[in-house]
Design a binder for this molecule. Structure first.
Ligand code: SF4
Ligand code: SF4
Length: 291
């Protein structure tokens, strides 16, 4: 997929390494004292890095409010189990009535820990399942939709990947990371959505920091304060307002109030000690050629 999109050793002049291995299970555990996460399964390749430059596309995210450095750390540098746990509870189940049986068997082939057996219908061994939901993705892609999970509530997902991010930076030390965020093509949804983006605001620029919280906060503030795109779903939103919250329109299931997930994410990251929401913005302009 990377090569199909133009990212290969030939085009980049550097190897492409899947940090958590071919199956997404090449990880090591780092303990954190989080509200949700106690052990983070950090991608093994992180251990080999002298320095990590976290290059992110700053934009909206349905479950995190904003996607930037924190989300890139907490999802991009953990294994499949850590990624999936943010979205779902660990209750992967197969409905035998919908399972197509031995002739299909596709979920067996993608299970990284080989915990699905076939005896007329597919069956998961819950003691060995790591809840990575690769089987569910496969089963949905063939249209059978026999595998189900319970999705985690929206307001728990952002704190979850924040706690994953803490494990990642702790694994080799926060001083080894630097963050660069591209605040361009700013749409409401994460890049994994296969739909064309509705750009909420004009391109803003490139942000850099040694602090993942500060850089995400600066991007978020810049989007909030930017003039809305008149053709977007936030055209009527006043400057200074959380445009991602308006675009996502996720509501608290108990109170019915609009969820401000970026605020939840950034506040939790600061509380967990990942960085500071205070920042000083230093604007760099390109030097004009002489003459
Ligand atoms: S992929 Fe789905 S339909 Fe196919 S064997 Fe697995 S559970 Fe059954
Ligand atoms: S979620 Fe599915 S693919 Fe992942 S470990 Fe469990 S049974 Fe295997």
């Amino acid at each position: 997929m990377a090569a199909l999109n133009g990212f290969s050793e030939g085009t980049l002049g550097a190897p492409i390494v899947m940090a958590d291995g071919y199956w997404g299970t090449d990880t090591f555990d780092i303990e954190v004292d989080g509200k949700f996460v106690k052990k983070v399964d950090v991608a093994s390749a992180v251990l080999d890095c002298d320095r990590v430059i976290v290059l992110s596309h700053a934009k909206g995210h349905l479950h995190g409010g904003i996607a930037g450095s924190l989300k890139n750390l907490g999802i991009g540098l953990v294994g499949k189990r850590g990624k999936a746990a943010m979205h779902t509870m660990s209750d992967v189940k197969i409905d035998p009535a919908k399972c197509r049986g031995a002739e299909c068997s596709k979920c067996l082939k993608v299970c990284p820990v080989r915990c699905i057996t076939m005896n007329g219908k597919a069956k998961i061994d819950p003691k060995r399942c790591i809840a990575c939901i690769q089987c569910r993705s496969m089963c949905s892609s063939i249209g059978a939709k026999a595998i189900s999970v319970t999705w985690r509530p929206d307001h728990e997902q952002a704190p979850w990947f924040v706690e994953n991010a803490l494990g990642v930076v702790r694994s080799i030390g926060a001083d080894r990371f630097y963050y660069v965020s591209l605040a361009i093509d700013i749409s409401d949804k994460c890049d994994c959505w296969n739909v064309g983006p509705t750009l909420l605001v004009h391109d803003i620029g490139i942000f850099g920091s040694r602090d993942p919280v500060a850089v995400d906060q600066a991007c978020f503030d810049a989007v909030s304060n930017a003039e809305p795109n008149p053709e977007s779903m936030v055209a009527e939103v006043e400057r200074g307002t959380d445009k991602f919250a308006v675009a996502h329109s996720s509501k608290d299931p108990k109170t019915g109030e609009l969820l401000h997930l970026a605020e939840t994410q950034l506040a939790h990251a600061e509380t967990m000690g990942l960085g500071s929401r205070d920042y000083e913005l230093v604007t760099l302009t390109r030097a004009q050629p002489e003459g």
